[in-house]
Structure formats: C-alpha cells, structure tokens
Design a protein around this ligand. Structure first.
Ligand code: PLP
Length: 451
C-alpha cells in the first residue's frame, strides 16, 4: 500500500507547490522545515492522509470550502452535470447552469448587479473588474479616469495586474518593477488602530476622511476604489467597521468613481450576511458596489470559478455598434458548466438549510471556543466577524507561524497562521464538537509554539 512518505517524496520532486520555499519541505532538521501532507481523501470537515491520520480543516482549505469535503449534495449535482455537459465555450454559446447561476446571483443583489462575467480564479476576477472600470470611463468619454485606489494591506490576487492593487510586501516586492502602474494606497480602517477612547466606527470615519481628501483633488484621474469588505484576509484577518463601506459608497457616488467590492474571501456567508457589503446600509437598504468579484466559496470549494457582477450602468456603456467598445476579455474555461453547477448546488444548500441563521449559532460557539485565549498574556486583538475569528500573538520568533502550524497538525487540526495572526475559518458544516476541538487545538498549538 502506498504510504504518506512515498507521495511526499514524489510530490517534493515533481510538484512545485504554491506560496512555498520548496527547500523548507526538503530539508529535515532545518528550523523552517515543514513536511508535506499527502491527502488521500476528504470527508466533511476532515482531511485524511494516506496513513489514516485525520485533520480538521480549520481554514476551509484556503477559505474555499463551505459545506465540507465530498459533500453528497454537491457530488450528486456534479455527477449529473458530468453526464450532461462538461464544457462548451461561452462565446456564441450558452447553457443552463451559467444562465441559472447568473440569474440567482443577480437576485441576491436585488438585481442591482444583474450582469455576470465569468473567469476561473480570483486574481482574474480582480483584473476583469479593473479593466471593466477603466474601459467604462473610456467608453463614456473620460479616459483620463484611469487610476485605482486600494487600502493599506489590501490583497486582490497575485497576477501582475492584480498586484497593482495588492499591498502585501511578501507577494509584491519581488515583482514591483513588473507592475506597470500601482494603485494609490489609502489608510486602512483597521479597527486595531483605534486610539484610546475611539471606537471601530471612529477609525472608519478617519479612514474615510483620508479617502475624501484624496478624491477632492484626484477624482478626475481615478477610475475606482477596490476594497475587501469588512475583512482584509491576507493582511491577517484585519477587521473593520461597516461604517467605512457606507461612507466609501457615498464618496464614490459624490466623486464619480466606481466602488469595486472584492468578495472573493468574504462573500458567500463568511461574515454573517451572504455578501459582506450588505452589513453597510444607507437609509435602511444595503449598499451595493458597482462591480463585485466572487470566487473561492462560490463553487463550494470544488472547482475554479470566479465571477464579476456588474451594474446595469456599467454594462450599458459597452453596448454599441463598435466591437472595440465591447469588453473583449475571455478565458478558455469561462463559464465552465461543471463549476457553475457546483455553484448552483452551493446556492441550493444556502436556500434549503437556512445557512445564515444556522451559522449565527456556530459563530457564537466559535467565540466561546476561543474566549479562554482572551486572557492569554501573549494574545492581542481577539476579533470575529461571522465565521472568521482571529487573534494576534506577541512574539519575535520568526518561525512562530511554522511552529504553530506544525503543533496544530499534531493536535489534529489544519490551522495556518498568517505571520503572527492565528485564525479560524472553518467550513460551515462543522459540528459543535468540531468547533470545540479546533479551539482546544489552537490553545494547545499556541502553548507549544511559544514554549
Ligand atoms: C484569494 C483572494 C484573491 C485571489 O484569488 P485567487 O483565486 O487565489 O487568484 C483575491 N482577493 C481576495 C480578497 C482573496 O482572498
């Protein structure tokens, strides 16, 4: 029988793993050494290796998985789709899953974002949104509106175009000369920046004031502001008050720039509402962006799928006799029927299981599971938004995140800190016992990593 060790050695040789210093996998004995973990199969929140060890997937396999691995309902939908239509090009052709998914997403935005454009990964969705905004302004006769704004610590993907609006040094610095025109970076409304006596909403108002100051003199050259609503994931689960989104929406309207919400990580119920931006409202109605990016959870964590939803107004600016005014962008697998069908099965589960309501109870359990850590002398800023909970660890140890990750694996949980920020972001099907186990694994891993 093939064991972990065989797959590990073969993978190390033949597979160039993402976001990884491969030498850290190869050199045992190195303090940075991390073993690869070959996974044989998945089952609900569990990942199971070739030696039969089980790991609770506490981070939803890079924030993608919503309803567990090998989910019977998504599997059944995909089997049916596989026997019906696996793929057809989307230029000149269409099919049932892509039409139904587009209609259902439009309905979820109260038909404010009624035009769905498809790609396969999140970074492509970012680039599509940037290109659409830029091209919109050209089509309406204002080509000088070509600049972009993003927040400090923003992450919108790692392709060369998406790096222009990404502000995470480890991903960006090496390639900075390749990024043609980087976005202007605005202060983040990060709630941790509150001065004594300030609330998170106060920090949001301060950050919005900086946005306004910039727009007052540069709106004429600016196409769009792109934000990760409520939680800046890759920056280390930076959380901020919805007040920022409300004010940003008003400022974008007043100064005529697009608001792009990158809901790739925070969409699909992660923060407690289906879309994170819905927690900001004006006159009792949720704000809406002009363009929204979705990926990660939208296929349930099954297949690469990303979507940019656009408003009627943006869509209309591309309608013309001229082909050059059209949005001439495509990927080979644009609108792949299997991926769209996984998306439909995912939305079916939201509808039939009242997932947002059930998640409120689970979020409370997550809070309870991490609550003991609030007293820990090395823990700061324990915070939560829906199904994402995080805390920062005070340590100078450059290997902290690796030590924690390994200790958590030994405790049977997949938890992968971002720098010194530990977070829980489990699939929504975790049981109360699973949540308690994740909390205990986090406490145990913290003790071992700091020892
Ligand atoms: C993951 C992520 C992306 C990039 O998606 P990929 O599929 O990894 O290219 C973009 N924006 C945010 C907010 C993300 O979390």
């Amino acid at each position: 029988m093939t064991q972990n060790s065989d797959w590990l050695a073969r993978s190390q040789q033949a597979v160039w793993h993402p976001c990884t210093q491969m030498q850290h996998h190869a050199r045992t004995g190195d303090p940075a050494h991390l073993p690869l973990i070959p996974i044989a199969r998945g089952e609900g929140p569990w990942l199971i290796d070739f030696d039969g060890r089980r790991y609770l997937d506490g981070i939803s396999s890079w924030w993608t998985n919503l309803f567990g691995h090998a989910n019977p309902r998504i599997n059944a939908a995909l089997r049916d789709q596989l026997d019906t239509l696996e793929h057809v090009m989307l230029a000149g052709f269409t099919h049932q899953p892509v039409v139904e998914l587009s209609e259902r997403l439009a309905a979820l935005t109260d038909h404010q974002l009624g035009h769905a454009f498809y790609a396969s990964d999140g970074a492509s969705a970012t680039e599509i949104a940037l290109k659409m905004s830029f091209h919109y302004w050209r089509n309406v006769g204002r080509p000088e509106k070509s600049g972009f704004l993003c927040l400090a610590g923003s992450y919108h993907g790692e392709t060369v175009g998406a790096l222009a609006v990404t502000d995470v040094a480890i991903f960006k610095d090496a390639y900075a000369p390749l990024v043609r025109r980087a976005a202007h970076i605005l202060p983040s409304p990060d709630a941790r920046l509150a001065e004594p006596g300030e609330t998170a909403a106060d920090v949001a108002r301060r950050a919005a004031a900086a946005l306004e100051a910039y727009l007052a003199s540069h709106a004429g050259q600016t196409a769009a502001l792109i934000v990760e609503p409520l939680v800046q994931g890759a920056a280390g689960m930076v959380m901020y008050d919805p007040e920022y989104l409300r004010l940003a929406r008003q400022l974008c309207d007043r100064y005529e720039i697009h608001l792009i919400c990158d809901e790739i990580a925070v969409g699909c119920g992660r923060t407690g509402t289906f879309f994170a931006h819905e927690q900001a409202d004006i006159d009792g109605r949720p704000i809406r962006p002009d363009l929204m990016c979705l990926s990660k959870g939208i296929s349930g964590g099954y297949l690469p799928l990303s979507i940019v939803l656009a408003s009627d107004r943006i869509y209309a600016a591309f309608l013309d006799d001229s082909v050059a005014r059209a949005f001439l962008h495509s990927h080979s697998y644009t609108g792949n029927p299997l991926a769209c069908r996984a998306g439909l099965a995912t939305l079916d589960i939201f509808a039939s299981d009242d997932v947002l309501t059930v998640n409120r109870a689970k979020a409370a359990k997550i809070a309870a599971a991490l609550a003991p850590l609030a007293e820990h002398p090395k823990v700061r800023h324990l915070r939560q938004r829906g199904m994402i909970a995080a805390f920062d660890v005070l340590t100078d140890d450059p290997y902290f995140s690796r030590r924690f990750y390994r200790a958590a694996l030994d405790a049977g949980a997949l938890l992968r800190p971002i720098g010194n920020t530990v977070y829980l972001m489990p699939p929504y099907i975790v049981s109360d016992d699973d949540i308690a186990a994740l909390g205990l694994a986090a406490q145990r891993a913290l003790e071992l990593a700091l020892a």
